[in-house]
Design a protein around this ligand. Sequence first.
Ligand SMILES: NC(=O)c1ccc[n+]([C@@H]2O[C@H](COP(=O)([O-])OP(=O)(O)OC[C@H]3O[C@@H](n4cnc5c(N)ncnc54)[C@H](OP(=O)(O)O)[C@@H]3O)[C@@H](O)[C@H]2O)c1
Length: 443
Amino acid sequence: MEVRERLDFQARGIDAALRTLTSRASVREAVVLSTCNRAEVYAVCETTEGGSQEIVSFVARFHELDVSEVLPHVYERTDLDAARHLFRVAAGLDSLVVGEPQILGQVKGAHAAGNSAQTVGPVLNRLFHSSFGAGKRVRSETALGAGAVSVSFAAVSLARKIFGDLTGRTVLVVGAGEMGKLTAQHMRSQGAHRVTIVSRTLARAARTAQAIGGASAAPWDALDSALSASDIVITATGAAAPILTKARIEATMRSRRNRPLFIIDIAMPRDVEPAAGEIEQVFLYNIDDLRATIAENLARRTSEIARAETIVSEEIDKFGGWLRSRGVIPTVVALRQRFESIRRSELQRLDFKLSGLSPDARARLDEITRLLVEKLLLTPTEQLKALTDGDAAGAHAEVLTRLFALQANSAVSEGAGVAEDAVTPRPTAGRVEPFPSAARSSR
Ligand SMILES: NC(=O)c1ccc[n+]([C@@H]2O[C@H](COP(=O)([O-])OP(=O)(O)OC[C@H]3O[C@@H](n4cnc5c(N)ncnc54)[C@H](OP(=O)(O)O)[C@@H]3O)[C@@H](O)[C@H]2O)c1
């Protein structure tokens, strides 16, 4: 928990992280996925080794830590292993609560943040869209998500284990976001007698309470009195620093005359100062304490995991084919450059013959020859880009390189960092027009 809190990108700003990351020379594209359970950087880099070092040093610096503090917690995946990791994450296979639905939305949010910061290029765009597809297939084609508990449900189950029965218990939910709402709902359906939602924005708490039915809302400044009156407190806010400090809970315990208080903190970063767990009669749990409850739930769905992994593998094969096919991009670029240089040198060679043309006619001639080249290249380019089999793409690239004596540009090797439109001919919508009448008459 402590490490995840220190590496939480949400708190320091995803946008700032993306900008800092892509200002580094070797990082071409980047997306940061930061949830309560993970802090991950997805990047397209010049080289694997250089990129990896840059990313680790960025993570440390961005969080004002030393690289040596970060390194022991780093896991690193490259190429298709990185893709497989993301697909498993999006499918809920790498979640604390396997199969939980929230993570797919969080992966989509990370991609959207990269898009608005303009740090997503063709490779990460395809990677993330493919991961959404994998996530959706796992949800619709397996029963992995059916009966999967959310973190909030696991928290309510833990409370039920402790108390045996929640009927007659007074419950306080702090936070009225997605987790707060789900928690209050589960508490009500488990028979909790009184459920109060306290949130920073009273109107949101009131809306949530009304939507659930049988729950009430209280203003933020009533938090201490609500704490005093509750048996069970579940905290789920997006606050960057603890809301319930040890001192605050100590004061509450005095007014409760040491009646036991059960607090389950499902926020990340935590809402409750960990030292509060040292107070007598305070029983404090956090997300990591929910693992046993979650494991019991998972045992019932284990058979679905193998099916979900098969779907992930199928989607990886498709993505791998696309990635390998990008190997033809340097060839496409070189082919276009070759044609363009032939066009230019021919125009130059014929310069003395064309000297009688008016400037308008010269410009028209330039345009016509350019369009001819574009048209000639359109179909081969599309066919090459459509190849999804990496071996076939390599073979085609080799033949073209020989036939046209190409020299693939090393700056665009493996196609990384090349915008799609840089390799797509753009013939204007119409035909290659003959000389307009004015130009024709001047010939
Ligand atoms: N979503 C998940 O799958 C998931 C799973 C496990 C744990 N969690 C953790 O649960 C917590 C809540 O997640 P969520 O998805 O419910 O978030 P959310 O929908 O964004 O809701 C956040 C809630 O926290 C309140 N809040 C934000 N900043 C605050 C601050 N500085 N002081 C007081 N209240 C503040 C918000 O109040 P306003 O209405 O005033 O903005 C809102 O009620 C987070 O710590 C998250 O890491 C989430």
